[in-house]
Design a protein around this ligand. Sequence first.
Ligand code: GLC
Length: 740
Amino acid sequence: MEWKELQNLLKDMSLEEKVGQMVQIPAKVMVSGGIITGPAETVEMTEEMISLVGSILNRTGAKTLKQIQKNFVEKHPHHIPLLIMFDVINGMETIFPIPLAQGCTFSPKLVEKMAKVTAEEAAARGVHVTFSPMLDLVRDARWGRVMESTGEDPWLNAELGKAMVRGYQGGSKISGDNLDLKREGNIAGCLKHFAAYGAPEGGREYDNVEISERSLREDYLPAYQAAVEEGCAMVMSSFNTWNRIPSSGNRWLMRKVLREEMGFDGVLISDYAAIEEMICHGIAEDGKEAAKHAIEAGMDIDMVSSAYIKHLAELVRSGEVLESLVDEAVMRILKLKNDLGLFENPYKDASEEMERLLLACDEHRALAREAAAASFVLLKNEEILPLEKESEEKLAFIGPHVDNAQIYGSWSFPEKPEGTVTVKQGVEQKKNGCMYESGCPVMEKGAVTRSGYREDYSGINLEQMENAALEAAKKADKVVLCLGEHSGQTGECASKASLRLPQQQLDLLRKVHRVNSNIVTVIFSGRPVELKEILEKSKAVIMVWMPGTEGGNAIADVLFGDHVPEGKLAITLPRSVGQVPIYYNCFMTGRPNRDGNSPGFVNGYLDETTKPLYPFGYGLSYTKFEISDVTLSAKCMGKDDILRAKVTVKNTGQYVGTETVQMYLRDVKGSVVRPVKMLRGVEKVTLKPGESCEVSFEINEKMLRFYNIDMNYVSESGEFWVYIGSDSSTEKKEGFLLQI
Ligand code: GLC
């Protein structure tokens, strides 16, 4: 449709029809099946109201969605099609590694490929919009949704968020690519959760966020802004407050920052029931006041709450809300439907034939396998990895994740979960004669997942499980322990006060270690977990996160050396939960703790070091790399200059491997304190043994800007340091002066 036609359509619509466009309900209200991702399964509404809604969520399937759309459009007074939205955050049927693991690839290219395949599969299943990328900066592993973020760094999250937007939408607004949502296989992205949902106090789900405007702008907003500038079609508000105002009613955040400063002109949707939850937050007397707060903050769509459907028309008719606010919201929604081509083709790419062709096809599974392997982070390896396929050595794979197919993130809804490759199935493809024993259940007795599931211990003979595992360990030359979290204990409503693995898993580690100390431990988790004892009792430890459909094959590829580990930590690993929040881009303080230990008048603890277990950016390979000192193209730069920082990287080991070279900057003195390091460049290089190459990074004045003492976004003259290394703890640096 042309813009004029959309305007005419708006003019023809009744107020009730307009309000209907601003309401989203679960597909479950219209058809059986589908999932519920919030406290309410529906909202109080009449059949007439249901017939006017603008969008539905949480149902996929070409046949079903085409049927829903057909019936809906036929009945709608102006035949306006539904927007169909779903949480496809790490794959549709081909499940990719969780976003935190994708962050550990440090590869925008790989992330974009995964997003593109996700979009193709989701589009075939009838989805128009995905509630992704999730770009909440995370620094607190207690929070369950750490698994949905790409980590603790603003710059890396921005790069990966842009890559996801390009992958979903088929291009970017900035690069001038043909950002054509209509094109087959493209879906609209919806960045979330605006803003700073990743900083709840205590890591407690939905808790208050108490960060300064400066921290909000420096740390939490950059990734959202980058995705907006890349052309992300939608934004979702967050449940939390900022400045003690719930996001869905926060006019400063939504109208001034998001729309005015960032220039976002797309559709703004609330998170699930978040508008009505302003009553519980205590800033709305009732649904009517909540609706008023929300429309004045510029919320276009009310996701599964009755605030808009019940009160918005009344607010307009009473003159408490200008109809123009409703009109601008409805026009944004109609424009998105038009950009997706839904007026011409309400079914877009929904196709049973394409479902059969695309879903978990070999090509997509191959990408999932490659991406999972690239996301694993090798923390320790005392010459025990890689394992040998051909040798006679006897291997025992022990642990509750050895043959567990639930190794994907909690926002994964494959139709055929049995298609997931377990560790056992992956290893059997490479080596015969291995032993496999689960040894113990995944979760402790009485522990519960986010959906209320508890392990059923009734039919389990714990002693028999353990004895069988120990017998296998005794017979083996090497043991591979597969331990970790239950996938249902990560994600939304899955915050934890402890980062320890379940006691029975630690007991299994201890007992196996008594009979065989040649242990490789593989850790499945959606967050950093406490590893001290696991590291003491293992000769190698590798984080595989929640690796998805091809997890078992990818793990086998890495364990047997067919894929040399290359992952780097996108989030700091703490020694203990007491250190949390802990992150690399922290501040010097007035009494820095040089060696990390107390006592003394220094920053830190009496009973724990300030050093992390492993720093952001850390990850080993099977080969070794040497990175030379940093050289700079000049010792000072002006406002319009480009400075080049170079190193030489050499593979000094025995395997072909990939190193992720990282460039960090430090602003030594500013009108406000500045982080000790800030990631500003990444380059992945693959080298053969003995081979070396030069890696260079460009530095410009824009990269040096920050919110100064007056909250102006500027750079300040002075000394800067450039660090280049293999992780954020590198001390290889060179200095330069900025003179503007
Ligand atoms: C959930 C989540 C959000 C998700 C939405 C729809 O509560 O907070 O990330 O996209 O509801 O499922």
